[in-house]
Design a protein around this ligand. Structure first.
Ligand code: LLP
Length: 423
C-alpha cells in the first residue's frame, strides 16, 4: 500500500522536509514527547471549520452538536462560540456543558429513558427544549409541571420506519427500535395529540434520527420525505432531521460532505411553508476526522507464516469501535509519512484479551520497531467519549492544536484518579 492519503488526516496536517507529520503546525513527535501517549490530538481549526460549514449550510440556530461524539469543556465552548446548540443525552452531558459555561438555553435534551431527576435538572436550568421519546416521559414531565416546574418546549422523536445502511447497533429509524414514537403503529399521532392537549408541554416540532455513520444520502432523503409528509399535516414550527452523516475512516471509503448532506435535506424540505425551522444534529461529521490518536509501539511479535502483532500502549479502552462494530481504521508512522506501507500487521492494544484489536490487518511502513509512534486518524468521534478504564488503564490526555501551539484540554488520568471512588 502507498502512504496514507492526507484526506484521512485533519485539515491542517502537513508533512515536513524530514517526512514527519505536523498537525496544526505542531510536530506529532513533539506532542508525544510533551504530553505522553496514548494521546488524542484535535486540529482546532478543523473543528471550527466543520461547525461553520454546518452553520453555513443549515443556518444559524439550526445546528445542534451531538455532544456524545466528543465532549469536554473546551469542545462545549468551541461549539457554543461557533453558534451551535448542544444536544445532551444525559444529565452527565448536561452537567458537563453547563460546567463549561454554556447556558442551558443553548442545549437540547435527548434520551430514550430520561429520569425524573434529569428532566427536573434540564427544565429547572432553562433548557431550550426537550426531545421527548416516550409516553412514560410525558407522564414524568407532567408530574414535574404539577410539582411547580414551568411549561417546557418539546419536540417529539418519531421513528419513521426507515431502514438505513449502517451497523445494526447504530441504526435507529426502523420500527423495531427502542427510540421514539413509531409512526407506523399510530403511536406518533397519539403522542402528538397528547402533547398538544397537555398543559405541561409546548409542542414546537417533531424529530427523527435514523442512524449513525450513514453514507447513503438516499437514506436521508427517504426518512426526510416521511417526516416532511407528517410535518405538513401538523402546523408546527420545527422539524429536526437528526444527525448521522458518515465519515471516511479508511482509504477505500468516501462519505458525502456536510454541504452534500445539506443539499439532500434542503431538496427534501423545499415544499415546507416559509418560516419552517429545519434543524440537524450532527456529531461524527463535526469531530471525527479532526482527531487522531497517537500511540507508542511497545512490542512487535512476528509469527512466521501467520502474521505480525504490533502492540500499542492503548487499545479497546480508548477506542472500542473496532470491537463493537468491526470498524476499520488505518495507521501511519508520523516519522515516515511518505513511506509506502508495504508491511501488514495486526495492531492490538494492551488489554487482557485477544479481541483487543484496533486494526485487524493494517498496512504499515516496513520494519516498525519498539518505540516508534503510530498515528491512527479519524478517532475524533466516539473514541474519547466511549473510553473506559478497563484493566485500570488510565484514559489518555486530549490536546487541541492550532497555529503552531498546543493546549491540553483534558489531562491524562492518574493512578489516583483510578481509585478516587473507592471507599
Ligand atoms: N442525534 C441523536 C438523537 C443521536 O442519537 C445521535 C447519535 C446523533 C444525533 C449524532 O449522530 P452522528 O452525527 O454522530 O452520527 N457509538 C457509535 C455511534 C452512536 C450514535 C448514537 N447517536 C459509533 O461509534 O459509531
Amino acid at each position: 500500500m502507498s502512504a496514507i492519503p492526507l484526506r484521512l488526516l485533519p485539515d491542517n496536517s502537513t508533512i515536513g522536509t524530514d517526512d514527519s507529520l505536523s498537525i496544526g503546525g505542531v510536530r506529532v513527535a513533539e506532542l508525544a514527547a510533551q504530553y505522553g501517549t496514548p494521546l488524542f490530538v484535535y486540529d482546532e481549526e478543523h473543528l471550527r471549520a466543520r461547525c461553520r460549514a454546518a452553520v453555513n449550510a443549515f443556518g444559524a440556530g439550526n445546528v445542534v452538536y451531538a455532544t456524545k461524539a466528543f465532549i469536554c469543556g473546551a469542545m462545549a465552548r468551541l461549539a457554543h462560540e461557533e453558534g451551535l446548540l448542544l444536544d445532551v443525552a444525559t444529565g452527565g452531558e448536561l452537567h458537563t456543558v453547563l460546567h463549561a459555561g454554556v447556558p442551558a438555553s443553548s442545549c437540547v435534551l435527548h434520551g430514550n429513558n430520561k429520569s425524573l431527576d434529569e428532566l427536573r435538572m434540564a427544565i429547572a436550568a432553562g433548557i431550550d427544549h426537550i426531545v421527548v421519546d416516550s409516553f412514560d416521559e410525558i407522564d414524568r414531565i407532567e408530574k414535574l409541571h404539577a410539582d411547580g416546574l414551568p411549561l417546557v418546549r418539546v419536540q417529539l422523536r418519531i421513528t419513521p420506519g426507515v431502514h438505513v445502511h449502517t451497523h445494526e447497533f447504530v441504526s435507529t429509524g426502523q420500527d423495531d427500535s427502542k427510540f421514539g414514537f413509531n409512526l407506523n403503529n399510530g403511536d406518533a399521532h397519539k403522542a402528538i395529540a397528547r402533547a398538544q392537549s397537555s398543559a405541561a408541554l409546548d409542542l414546537i416540532g417533531i424529530h427523527c434520527h435514523i442512524g449513525s455513520n450513514v453514507f447513503a444520502v438516499e437514506n436521508f432523503a427517504e426518512a426526510s420525505k416521511v417526516m416532511v409528509d407528517l410535518f405538513s399535516t401538523l402546523n408546527l414550527p420545527g422539524l429536526t432531521l437528526g444527525g448521522g452523516l458518515g465519515v471516511a475512516y479508511t482509504e477505500n471509503e468516501e462519505a458525502p460532505t456536510i454541504e452534500q448532506w445539506a443539499e439532500v435535506l434542503q431538496r427534501a424540505t423545499q415544499s415546507l411553508p416559509a418560516g419552517s425551522k429545519v434543524s440537524v444534529e450532527p456529531g461524527r461529521s463535526i469531530v471525527a476526522s479532526a482527531g487522531v490518536t497517537v500511540y507508542t509501539v511497545g512490542t512487535v511479535k512476528p509469527i512466521d507464516g501467520i502474521r505480525t502483532y504490533i502492540s500499542v500502549d492503548g487499545g479497546m479502552s480508548d477506542n472500542p469501535r473496532p470491537v463493537l462494530y468491526g470498524s476499520g481504521y488505518e495507521v501511519c508512522d508520523p516519522a515516515r509519512m511518505s513511506a509506502d506501507r508495504t508491511d501488514s500487521a495486526r495492531i492490538v492494544g494492551k488489554h487482557c484479551e485477544s479481541g483487543d484489536i484496533l486494526v485487524d490487518s493494517a498496512a504499515v511502513a516496513p520494519n516498525v520497531s519498539v518505540g516508534d509512534l503510530l498515528v491512527m486518524p479519524v478517532t475524533g468521534a466516539y473514541g474519547y467519549s466511549m473510553a473506559s478504564n478497563y484493566n485500570k488503564v488510565m484514559r489518555p490526555a486530549v490536546v487541541f492544536v492550532s497555529d503552531g501551539e498546543s493546549r491540553l484540554v483534558v489531562r491524562r488520568e492518574t493512578y489516583d484518579d483510578l481509585v478516587r471512588l473507592d471507599l
